[in-house]
Design a protein around this ligand. Structure first.
Ligand code: ARG
Length: 464
């Protein structure tokens, strides 16, 4: 039976009728529609609309609807997931099933289902992010004191510990977790009882309904509650940042896996070959992560554009906000699964990294810093070491290979301690501030990262 046929003297255009349906995609909301319907049924009983028997029958049937498989073949008569549950309920329990829609509207239902869906997805994505970041932490632990070049402008800049580099990614993913938790806090309110726009027509106990669905409280304004999609926008924006981080990570690993860099050995499990060139091992997993990230950003944009022109309150345009949310969640979920598998298997070529960290004048700043400690003003020290680098370029050598005489010609009094300051271990040690790459600082950072992650692991919804 149609949900709204009474007022109409004729049925809708067949093409339009099919075109406006959302059941082909909102069927993923079934568990949430069932949970919300159960909470509503209980409130109806409390308000005297359902007697004890009717409530028991309704709850029993709703449980069954939640358990049973959705129809394999799409039923074109079903408009949306709300219609499906009502129709199925009436099939199971008969006339009493028609009572469930008393005092509620699909406008509040979809707002509720979508919040419940996003809340679950946030918990799932947080779990995956924690696992993914955990792989970086494991690698940072085993990387020990191995070093590698850090780049600015993609030119060799200063050496860092490999662990320091890996922990940079952990910071990004921890922020992603924070962002998602924050979004979860704001979305965790219950629209049920908002009715179509002005609030339900029955004295429903909104606080108890909210509690039953693990919401922190009922929403404060029925017009806002039935038309707000901020939570969906925030969620997909937060996912976009996750995708962005994954894309940057993928890009860097692609680069580092090239023969030119040779820092990263691609795991065969996550690479493919070429049908033409027998020697090829291609970083497809990383490339697809980089490529798919764009689709997540597109979903965020679709949501923004979909909502920006809507006057209060519910408008059918809002139906179009569902698919970008589902698509972004599924996309990021699968990207994280692949990324985690990749990280667990990827190998680092420490020799190559260490070798690259030991050349390319990456000790120049440390050399200047040494002169500063001798009382030379930094600008002057910079100039002097710059001259020494120029000489090295001419002679095809590194700073530590210049002779005392060479340095004297550059105006530098280079003693044993000066040369000691140029060694890789000293250059690393000089960055001895919180957040710097000195071994002790990296050990501290590793510990902090582990603590942050253990705070989140297993307690994805500690933030309610
Ligand atoms: N399927 C609809 C949606 O997703 C449910 C709400 C319909 N409300 C209405 N007033 N037609 O938005």
């Amino acid at each position: 039976m149609k949900m709204w046929s009474g007022r109409f003297s004729q049925g809708p255009d067949a093409e339009f009728e099919q075109w406006q349906r959302s059941f082909p995609f909102d069927r993923v909301l079934l568990p949430y529609e069932v949970a919300a319907s159960k909470a509503h049924a209980a409130a109806l009983a409390k308000a005297g609309v359902l007697n004890d028997d009717e409530l028991a029958t309704t709850l029993f049937a709703l449980e069954q609807i939640g358990r049973e498989a959705l129809p394999a073949v799409d039923d074109p008569a079903i408009e949306d997931v709300h219609h499906y549950v009502e129709t199925r309920l009436v099939e199971l329990v008969g006339e009493v099933g028609w009572k469930l829609h008393t005092g509620r509207s699909r406008n509040e239902q979809i707002a509720t289902d979508l919040r419940l869906y996003v809340r679950d997805q946030i918990d799932a994505v947080i779990r995956l992010l924690v696992a993914f970041a955990g792989e970086f932490v494991k690698r940072a632990e085993t990387a020990g004191i191995n070093a590698m070049p850090a780049y600015t402008h993609l030119q060799r800049a200063e050496p860092v510990l490999v662990a320091h580099w890996l922990l940079a990614y952990v910071e990004m993913f921890v922020r992603d977790v924070d962002r998602l938790s924050d979004c979860r806090k704001r979305l965790n309110v219950s629209p049920l009882g908002s009715g179509a726009v002005a609030g339900t027509i029955l004295p429903l106990d909104r606080a108890t309904i909210a509690q039953e669905l693990d919401f922190a409280a009922p929403t404060a304004n029925s017009m806002d509650a039935t038309s707000d999609r901020d939570f969906a926008i925030e969620f997909v924006q937060a996912l976009s940042v996750v995708a962005l981080h994954l894309s940057r990570w993928a890009e860097e690993f692609i680069l580092f896996s090239t023969t030119e860099f040779g820092f990263v050995k691609l795991p065969e499990e996550f690479s493919t070959g070429s049908s033409a060139m027998p020697q090829k091992k291609n970083p497809d997993a990383l490339e697809l992560i980089r490529g798919k990230s764009g689709k997540v950003f597109a979903n965020a944009t679709a949501l923004f554009i979909g909502v920006k022109g809507l006057p209060l309150a519910y408008n059918k345009d809002l139906q179009e906000t569902q698919q970008p949310v589902f698509a972004a969640a599924q996309q990021v979920f699968s990207m994280l699964l692949v990324a985690t598998g990749f990280m667990a298997k990827v190998e680092f070529n420490y020799d190559r990294m260490q070798q690259a960290a030991s050349c390319g004048f990456m000790n120049a700043q440390a050399a200047a810093a040494y002169l500063v400690h001798q009382g030379v003003p930094f600008r002057r020290a910079h100039e002097l070491i710059g001259k020494a680098v120029r000489l090295c370029v001419k002679q095809g050598c590194e700073l530590e290979q210049l002779s005392k005489g060479d340095y004297a010609r550059c105006g530098i009094d280079a003693g044993e301690q000066f040369f000691n300051a140029l060694t890789l271990s000293e250059v690393l040690a000089i960055h001895n501030v919180p957040g710097g790459t000195a071994a002790l600082r990296v050990r501290e950072a590793l510990q902090t990262a582990k603590e942050k992650l253990s705070l989140y692991s297993g307690v994805a919804h500690a933030c309610t």
